[in-house]
Design a protein around this ligand. Structure first.
Ligand code: HEM
Ligand code: HEM
Length: 187
């Protein structure tokens, strides 16, 4: 029996997963940039370890603690109401799931042969940026979850840094893929 002909393009399931991810991440960025970040929680340089403090200082530290708890509460899906923070959490969990499913499905479904429009160097760059993007689909939500779970502002730079790294990988991804002949392969 003759060997099956090599697949010419991406499977429909791979295309659906790809554009679903783009949609979820885009929505997540819009929500992320519209979160109310000015909650006064844990400003840098404050000693919150206790020790000798005046009444006024203690009262101020209590207020800071309340602000941190309020932020953690706003991510509580079981509490009453539904706000932007909870949308951010749910979308983050959706992106995390896609980040786990995509590489697994990629192993099962395989990849089509390279586009002839990409040089050897561009193919190397494309491979690296695809791996970076897939890793960041897991890392970005995880840094957000750690930030909320620990309620410590020191994690904010990590979460912000992770999504900026995502922008860098995405820019490289677009450099290789945003041209009609290549884009058509994912449509
Ligand atoms: C694909 C996943 C995610 C993306 C792209 C994303 C993106 C963002 C962006 C753009 C911001 C605004 C940062 C700024 O204004 O500089 C933000 C803030 C934030 N995100 Fe996410 N996020 C993701 C997942 C999550 C998850 C799963 C959580 C956990 C609940 C989370 C928790 C937070 C929190 C608490 C802030 C506010 C940080 C602060 O208080 O300063 N994020 N995120
Ligand atoms: C959330 C943002 C994105 C992520 C995480 C992402 C990730 C990926 C990954 C992992 C692949 C390899 C195929 C696979 O494993 O399914 C891929 C392929 C591709 N992506 Fe994206 N992508 C994103 C955004 C975009 C955007 C905005 C465009 C164009 C407007 C685009 C165009 C393409 C094309 C054309 C291919 C096929 C390349 C080829 O011919 O092999 N991607 N993408």
């Amino acid at each position: 029996m003759p060997a099956p002909a090599p697949r010419a393009g991406y499977r429909a399931s791979q295309k659906v997963l790809h554009w679903l991810t783009v949609l979820a991440v885009s929505a997540q960025l819009v929500v992320g940039y519209n979160l109310d970040l000015d909650d006064g929680c844990d400003p840098p340089g404050e000693d919150r370890s206790g020790g000798d403090t005046s009444d006024a200082e203690e009262e101020r530290l209590d207020r800071l603690e309340d602000a941190c708890e309020a932020r953690a509460d706003s991510y509580d899906l079981l509490g009453g109401g539904f706000d932007l923070a909870e949308v951010h959490l749910l979308l983050g969990l959706a992106v995390l799931s896609l980040g786990v499913v995509r590489p697994l499905w990629r192993r099962v479904a395989g990849l089509p042969p390279w586009s002839e429009h990409l040089s050897a160097g561009q193919r190397r760059l494309a491979t690296r940026t695809e791996h970076a993007l897939m890793a960041l689909l897991v890392v970005v939500p995880l840094t957000g979850i750690v930030l909320v779970a620990t309620a410590v502002d020191a994690w904010v730079p990590l979460h912000v840094g992770a999504h900026i790294a995502f922008f860098v990988a995405l820019a490289a991804h677009l450099c290789t893929n945003l041209r009609p002949a290549v884009l058509r392969r994912m449509l």
